[in-house]
Design a protein around this ligand. Structure first.
Ligand code: GTP
Ligand code: MG
Length: 189
């Protein structure tokens, strides 16, 4: 890309349940200090899991080698902040649905998000990200696929949200789908 060219920007959304690792993912991916809205957890159930939670959104940026500028937004995972979800989903070209591979207790909540986001952006591609694969009790991608009864054509990408390389490979998988979709659209029009 020539230095005078302004990179084209695209928005992706990192969704998923409470504590899946969304903020960590955005933080690892972003090339700028991220905007975070972390507040102390208040409910006992949350406190036992972690000390802070996203209450509005995460925001970071990543420019690919080809010069695509990716605006990366993360949702607050808790249902009580779900008023933010439709606001954050506007104009999203691709979705990541993040799962904590060590704890399936909240996975069904992700399907509520999928239903909502598919209404807002029916054509936007999505992938599942099986996070926390570094932990000894993490379920494998195959186990997760079976448990969620996900067909083979839906991608589940293994991840460790603190590992830049792994995070980048998740982004790459999603962008592949986004580019395919744009190319097909160009062929039709
Ligand atoms: N071992 C391990 N820990 C992780 C990984 N990703 C995130 N964590 C930890 O998991 C906890 C939750 O991470 P967050 O990034 O806050 O999760 P979140 O999905 O943004 O949570 P909410 O915004 O509250 O819904 C934190 O203690 C992270 O340090 C990972 O890949 N491996
Ligand atoms: Mg968060």
């Amino acid at each position: 890309m020539k230095s005078s060219e302004k990179p084209k920007s695209y928005k992706i959304l990192v969704a998923g349940h409470f504590g899946a690792g969304k903020t960590t993912f955005v933080r690892t991916l972003s090339q700028i200090p991220i905007l975070e809205t972390e507040k102390k957890t208040t409910l006992e159930e949350e406190k036992s899991k972690k000390s802070s939670t996203t209450v509005a959104m995460d925001f970071g940026e990543y420019i690919t080698e080809e010069g695509m500028k990716i605006h990366v937004f993360g949702i607050p995972g808790q249902e009580r902040f779900s008023f933010m979800w439709p606001i954050l989903a506007r104009n999203t070209v691709g979705f990541i649905y993040m799962l904590d591979s060590t704890d399936s207790s909240r996975w069904q909540e992700v399907f509520q998000q999928i239903n909502l986001f598919r209404k807002i952006s029916p054509d936007a591609p999505f992938i599942f990200v099986a996070n926390k694969q570094d932990l000894p009790n993490a379920m494998s991608v195959e186990e997760i696929r079976k448990k969620l009864k996900l067909p083979e054509n839906i991608k589940i990408v293994p991840c460790v949200a603190t590992d830049k390389e792994k995070v980048l490979s998740c982004l790459e998988e999603l962008l592949k789908l986004v580019k395919e979709k744009f190319q097909n659209r160009e062929k039709v029009s």
